[in-house]
Design a protein around this ligand. Structure first.
Ligand SMILES: [Zn+2]
Length: 207
């Protein structure tokens, strides 16, 4: 397995303005985009683009819209951890939203933990896709397998017999029921107290 650079120590920081347009990305944003085939996410082209062009799925958008509204209203930080995997890495990130200069909202993303793994073609955007679609969760990155619930991607690949296919199903991006419930409850708790919350969506299991 090729050597991997250590997790970046610098957090990725970006802001959205009052109209939810992406502004003020730091250099770590560009470094992260370059390392993850995100050429379309690099400045200067990304400046002024709507956040909502990059948040897939109505349920996930609804959760983020609620979160932005609450953070803008209070200015207090809201923190959560979520998965942001690539084909050959399981990656747990910590995301903190805050609004010290509301209505501008600041996003700070830190890498909490990375686990290398054999590449999973189902997560590779270069692999050809069939018209049928599998539901995946934008927050914990599990895949919905009929009759078996939501499984980590490696287990889903085996359960669905996808390991020997050259054309793979497309992935839709929503929220699994567990992450949906967890985020709504955390947002509610955040609104009702002065405390921060820190739900973990898709925790990594130590090998
Ligand atoms: Zn989930």
């Amino acid at each position: 397995m090729p050597a991997r650079p250590p997790p970046p120590s610098e957090p990725v920081i970006y802001h959205v303005d009052a109209h939810d347009r992406l502004v003020e990305m730091n250099e770590a944003w560009s470094a992260f985009a370059s390392e993850n085939e995100g050429a379309h996410l690099l400045p200067p082209g990304i400046h002024g683009r709507s956040l909502w062009d990059f948040v897939s799925g109505p349920t996930t958008q609804e959760i983020y819209r609620e979160l932005l509204a609450r953070v803008r209203a209070s200015g207090r930080p809201f923190r959560f951890r979520l998965r942001c995997d690539s084909p050959d890495l399981r990656r747990l990130l910590s995301m903190t939203l805050s609004a010290p200069r509301a209505p501008k909202v600041r996003f700070e993303v830190r890498t909490v933990e990375i686990q290398p793994r054999p590449a999973v073609p189902l997560l590779d955007p270069q692999v050809p896709r069939a018209s049928r679609c599998l539901a995946s969760c934008s927050w914990c990155k599990r895949i919905s397998v009929p009759g078996e619930g939501w499984l980590e991607v490696e287990k889903a690949v085996w359960a669905l017999g996808l390991f020997e296919q050259s054309v793979l199903p497309a992935l839709s991006h929503g929220a699994c029921p567990q992450c949906h419930r967890t985020m709504l409850r955390a947002i509610e708790d955040y609104g009702n107290s002065r405390r921060g919350t820190d739900p973990v969506l898709g925790p990594l299991v130590r090998a």
